[in-house]
Design a protein around this ligand. Sequence first.
Ligand SMILES: C[S@@+](CC[C@H](N)C(=O)[O-])C[C@H]1O[C@@H](n2cnc3c(N)ncnc32)[C@H](O)[C@@H]1O
Length: 304
Amino acid sequence: LNSMPPLTIQQALLQAKQKIDALDAELLLAHILKKPREWVLVHPEARVHKVYKVKKFIKLVNQRAKGVPLAYLTGHKEFFGLDFEVNKNVLIPRPETERMVELVIEEIKRLKDQKITMLDVGTGSGCIPVAIVNHIRHNFSPYQGEREGVCLKTIAIDISKKALTVARRNARKHKVEIKFLRGDLLSPILKSCVIHHTSSLIITANLPYLTNKQFNSSPSIQHEPKLALVAGRDGLRYYRILLKQIRKLLEIKNLKLEIFLEIDPSQSPHITKLIKSLLPNAKIEIKKDLTGLDRVVRITNYAA
Ligand SMILES: C[S@@+](CC[C@H](N)C(=O)[O-])C[C@H]1O[C@@H](n2cnc3c(N)ncnc32)[C@H](O)[C@@H]1O
């Protein structure tokens, strides 16, 4: 890819495909030209007139060849049918996380007519709460006293200021109302009274859950923030602290609580043991993702 314009789309793609996957090349060129991929495919003879566009394409192709994820190069990733802005400060939303979104939506549907507060811990791009609130907004009417509906207040927490900037932009883009708080796991909640008026609390968390060993042996994730992925020797560092904080929360307030945690499939026996020791009265269910692997732990703690 060293020719300068005028280069046709076909020529640009042919050269890029020597370095990267054909689909990635088409998507990158479509991104640069601000056109859908289909347009690029049906206009092979069209010329890329602007020099800076060719230069930018060459740069992106080289970055992709070095393993930078496509989503970071285009700045976008689709999740639960919605377009999310992403950058190197947030984890790229994964398709397996859509399972948690589905489970939470089912639960909110079941709980309708109650005042629900949802807390998303380690929100990253905000994909989990934005997808849930967006779905609820389009599929359920708001709760109005006697009338059926959903009354949902949503709070999202992350320790990373830069991740919260991206999450706020995604919430704005999809016109959903979410309160964002910066802090260490549930500490901003334990310090404040934001959940005082709720009868049902749903906690969602896709916290870092990889071991250092898993992280180091996976080349495809090296460009994503380590802070978003790695959690101590057994990968359960953050879930252990979170569950202890939840136990504390239950001592302060008698709540009906549902917790949804995304895990690595290998962790299900260890996390089950951990939950049993910290929340002995809770009901634990392990839900599988679309590929049949253990992916979401659902914990129900019935209010006394
Ligand atoms: C695995 S990423 C998940 C992001 C998003 N929930 C998703 O599903 O794409 C974990 C997120 O947790 C955040 N995080 C890490 N440690 C944290 C902590 N102690 N308190 C709050 N958030 C934390 C990271 O900044 C990162 O955004």
